[in-house]
Ligand binder design. Structure first.
Ligand code: CA
Length: 236
């Protein structure tokens, strides 16, 4: 399941490596290199993060201070601290500050991914994503969308972004979703703010469905956004 992740890490090479690995898993990652910017993003209304990976030693504000602030502000997302320190007392301080887990540097990227998966499962708000609605079923492992039609099941392979978009629609069937919300949940903040990436991606997804002979279940609701309305849900 794609996550919206905040990464606060001031070592550029490590940050770039982590970002690449997480993006390859289909996650959407915002990165910044100091604690104050991290806090601005974490506490802003622009994006709602599913998880944050915070380096301990950061300019401006430490990762531990970020954990404290996040918890004091009532944010309950999973927080993973990265630390070059190995002393037990430090670990306790981090956990006391509200971190859910920590990872000692250097670490293997596989271990980072495993910790993130574990944090996801442990989180009280976690539920297995139910990626099906009205005859549409998305398998996140393979990226295959299966659609029940009167003539039988149609399968199509979705690209990474198409999967994220489809997953979001399947989790919110029948709801009008503003383009701005899709944009803030599925694209990172550093992308050109004027380009209309959402409309372009919706168009691509519709075309792919049409190319397989399927009517598009994604409606455009003028000046309000998009609504996923699978054919079965449309009344006479
Ligand atoms: Ca650091």
């Amino acid at each position: 399941m794609p996550l919206r992740i905040l990464l606060v890490e001031d070592e550029p090479d490590l940050a770039a490596a982590i970002q690449t690995v997480l993006q390859r898993q289909g996650h959407v990652v915002d990165h910044c290199g100091d604690g104050l910017s991290g806090w601005m993003l974490l506490s802003s209304e622009l994006a709602r993060y599913d998880l944050a990976v915070l380096d301990w030693m950061l300019p401006e504000l430490s990762g531990v201070e970020l954990c404290r602030r996040a918890r004091a502000a009532g944010l309950d997302l999973p927080l993973l601290l990265l630390t070059a320190r190995a002393e037990t007392a430090d670990r306790v301080e981090g956990l006391d500050a509200g971190a859910d887990d920590y990872l000692s540097k250097p670490f293997a990227m596989e271990e980072l991914l495993a910790r993130i998966r574990a944090l996801q499962r442990r989180h009280p708000g976690y539920r297995e994503p139910l990626l099906c609605a009205g005859g549409y079923r998305l398998d996140p492992a393979s990226g295959t969308l299966r659609v029940a039609t009167p003539g039988g099941e149609v399968s199509l392979e979705l690209s990474g972004k198409e999967q994220q978009l489809m997953a979001y629609f399947l989790e919110h069937p029948g709801q009008i979703i503003p383009g701005s919300r899709l944009r803030s949940q599925l694209w990172d903040l550093h992308q050109d703010p004027v380009s209309n990436v959402v409309a372009a991606q919706v168009r691509l997804l519709r075309r792919k469905l049409e190319a397989h002979g399927l009517p598009s279940p994604i409606e455009t609701v003028p000046s309000r956004g998009y609504r996923f309305r699978p054919a079965e849900a449309v009344g006479p």
